[in-house]
Design a protein around this ligand. Structure first.
Ligand SMILES: Cc1ncc(COP(=O)(O)O)c(C=O)c1O
Length: 288
């Protein structure tokens, strides 16, 4: 497999990529990132991923680089990923390299832009049908969870807690509310109603979350964006997670207790199918 990455204006083999130890991404976590999916060589919602990055840059006052769409495309081609069923492009943008001091470098320094592409193995249908488990974990993040920064230690710890429990996902809880996963958003089904946390500063506004909300509305499924108390989880009939690499994935256990009847439910199935059909429409019909 080729492994050509992009760093600050140049493409090179990953083994040759070097950044300074004084990069602010390394020293302070002063950096944003994006992960964008590619199906059969076509990007899904690349514009939305770039828009989220643009908003992050505006908030953190990091200059937004131009030409990112072309960069994504070039990484695909240089790594021969146009024919892959699925691939992802990772992009990281830090405030740049400067002597260590908390405030922004003055005068400003050029941001560090690093990106790479690699194939991604989609979940097989058999595993999907069995469903997955999640464990609740206290949310230890700062107050701007809506920004996609590389400060991911709380999410690293949350995902490790899930792994230690032998489960696939973490369910982050703050002030008694079930917010999202360590790298995915969460949806709950109460009776006929589909519920997910509003896109506030407490969650990352997932692009997949937005796509699934649109699909649910198109399908005529009633939707509410409102918080869900952990105590109410005993009343949910279905839970699923969404994310770029998660797609639409059923959760059939939380903290070892079955969700509903412990089987993948009809709303999850319907939205999973609608999601796959949308991917086929947007990225090429051969994929479903
Ligand atoms: C905390 C968190 N929530 C949700 C998501 C899902 O976002 P998206 O659907 O854009 O991949 C991610 C993605 O990395 C994430 O890190």
């Amino acid at each position: 497999m080729k492994d050509i990455v992009y760093l600050n204006g140049e493409f090179m083999p990953r083994a040759e990529a070097r950044i300074s130890p004084d990069d602010r991404g390394f020293l302070f976590g002063d950096a944003l990132y994006e992960v964008t999916p590619v199906y059969g060589g076509r990007f899904l919602a690349l514009d939305r991923h770039m828009e989220r990055l643009r908003r992050g840059c505006a908030t953190l006052r990091i200059p937004f680089p131009e030409g990112l769409e072309a960069l994504h495309q070039e990484l695909l081609e240089l790594n021969d990923l146009q024919e892959e069923e699925m691939a992802t492009v990772y992009l990281q943008l830090s405030r740049g390299t400067a002597p260590r001091t908390h405030a922004f470098p003055d005068p400003p320094v050029p941001p560090t832009l690093y990106a790479w592409a690699k194939p991604f193995k989609r979940l097989d249908q058999e595993s999907w049908e069995k469903g997955f488990g999640a464990v609740t974990v206290p949310d230890q993040r700062w107050g701007r969870a809506d920004l996609k920064t590389v400060q991911l230690l709380p999410m690293v710890m949350a995902q490790q807690a899930a792994r230690d429990a032998g489960e696939a996902d973490a369910l982050l809880v703050r002030d008694g509310l079930a917010l999202e996963g360590s790298h995915n958003n969460v949806f709950f089904v109460f009776g006929d109603l589909l519920v997910t946390h509003p896109a506030s500063n407490q969650i990352l506004p997932g692009i997949t979350r937005a796509l699934v909300l649109e699909l649910a509305r198109e399908e005529g499924i009633p939707v509410e964006e409102r918080p869900t108390a952990v105590g109410d989880l005993q009343c949910v009939s279905e839970v699923f997670y969404t994310g770029t690499t998660t797609e639409v994935r059923p959760t059939v256990r939380i903290d070892g207790k079955p969700v509903g009847d412990g089987k993948v439910g009809p709303v999850t199935r319907r939205l999973h199918e609608a999601f796959r059909a949308m991917v086929a429409r947007e990225c090429g019909a051969a994929l479903v």
